[in-house]
Design a protein around this ligand. Structure first.
Ligand code: SF4
Length: 384
């Protein structure tokens, strides 16, 4: 909104001083116009993004505007089910209400900085989330299957430093807000002109270190009036932050859960997973058993295979022992980065390791490395 300030009749230098003074008092002036010898100043108001708000948040807002509570559901559905990107698209809300709402609220999609496409159909996106802050998300369609996964980030950088992970080498710059987590899904879907069938919180950051925003976003993705993704289609992962796992169990969260195990030896795990210093393997496995017992569901162990580090007969035997003690499935992933002089296992090495752990009788999946050529595969986010 522009406010008429005053007739312009004085020297420009004087007005510069006035302008600076106003800037100081108004905190920020983002536009200044001179029309018909009148000076107009536009004060920048920081509007709140409606993206990332849940139904409860929206109900509080509509009540502030003395609107009936069902308006909140209309906004909720418009944002997440119909994927509206502008307030004007809400044809079921009155013009007066929309105009009042737009004074303090907006729908703001993330801004994309880079968009890379791989031959295998995988696409990687880099988004701005504030000054000098970027995060990445990956679109992963699987062949002819109906599965289209978006791998999303939960933090800018990470405070952990798993030895195979590029994100772990970045400075930590903060947690993402729900608007920035849900924002990744909305913007990726807009750019690929398709909708995700699965979401995995396996991008940049440790989801358990941004627990509240991650869980709030997961519930919006799950809500039938929003993205309507089944709880089993949303996977939240951790490198092994036991306090987060306990909270997840206590709140009986319905989502799939994955632990990035990556080593079966209690002494050696800490050499590649620094989270193990705080939450040792035995404590982690106790939490995993508690998870499966209390929630009655399988847990997924992710295992990044690194030759000479965590493969071989001895490690396989220990992994079988772990798998027999927890109701789980195992997801094997060949290491994608070559840090520390590591190399990717050959197909033959992978097959041998797989056959060694088969006797555990737990389901074993062998994940490909979609998006490797665009640095979009596991452990590669943040590699330019
Ligand atoms: S693997 Fe996940 S938890 Fe570990 S450093 Fe990378 S982003 Fe952080």
């Amino acid at each position: 909104m522009f406010v008429e300030f005053q007739h312009l009749s004085l020297e420009v230098n004087f007005w510069n001083e006035v302008f600076n003074l106003f800037k100081f008092f108004l905190n920020k002036v983002d536009n200044i116009l001179l029309i018909n010898s009148k000076l107009y100043l536009k004060r920048m108001t920081l509007k709140q993004n409606l993206i990332g708000l849940n139904l409860g948040d929206l109900e509080k807002i509509v009540i502030e505007f003395s609107e009936p509570k069902f308006r909140a559901k209309q906004i909720f559905e418009g944002l997440y089910q119909k994927r509206y990107s502008k307030l004007e698209q809400f044809s079921n809300l009155s013009k007066k209400f929309l105009s009042e709402l737009s004074e303090n609220y907006e729908i703001k999609f993330l801004e994309v900085n880079k968009h890379l496409k791989s031959k295998d159909g995988t696409e990687k996106f880099t988004f701005f989330v504030g000054e000098e802050k970027e995060v990445e998300a990956v679109w992963i369609p699987v062949g002819d299957e109906e599965r289209k996964t978006i791998c999303i980030s939960s933090q800018v950088g990470c405070t952990l430093s798993c030895a195979f992970c590029a994100t772990g080498r970045l400075d930590f710059k903060g947690n993402l807000k729900p608007s920035e987590i849900i924002g990744q899904v909305l913007k990726v879907e807009e750019l690929v002109s398709d909708k995700a069938t699965n979401i995995v919180f396996m991008g940049m950051g440790e989801p358990m270190h941004n627990y509240n925003s991650v869980i709030k976003s997961a519930h919006i993705l799950h809500d039938k009036d929003a993205f309507n993704l089944g709880a089993k289609r949303i996977t939240i992962s951790t490198a092994g932050v036991v306090t987060g796992i306990e909270k997840f169990i206590e709140n009986k969260e319905p989502f799939n859960f994955a632990i990035s195990l990556n080593h079966s030896d209690k002494e050696k795990r800490k050499t590649i997973m620094n989270v193990d210093e705080k939450f040792p393997l035995e404590t982690l496995l106790l939490a995993a058993r508690n998870f499966t017992k209390t929630l009655g569901r399988k847990i997924t162990f992710e295992y990044v295979m690194i030759p000479e580090i965590n493969m071989g007969t001895e490690n396989a035997k220990k992994l079988v022992k772990i798998a027999r003690s927890v109701n789980c499935k195992i997801n094997l992933i060949p290491v994608n980065t070559d840090f520390h002089g590591w190399r990717r296992p050959t197909d033959e090495e992978v097959e041998i390791f797989k056959s060694q752990i088969k006797e555990s009788n737990v389901p074993i999946m062998n994940r490909r490395s979609p998006g490797k050529e665009i640095n979009g595969a596991c452990g590669m986010l943040a590699l330019s």
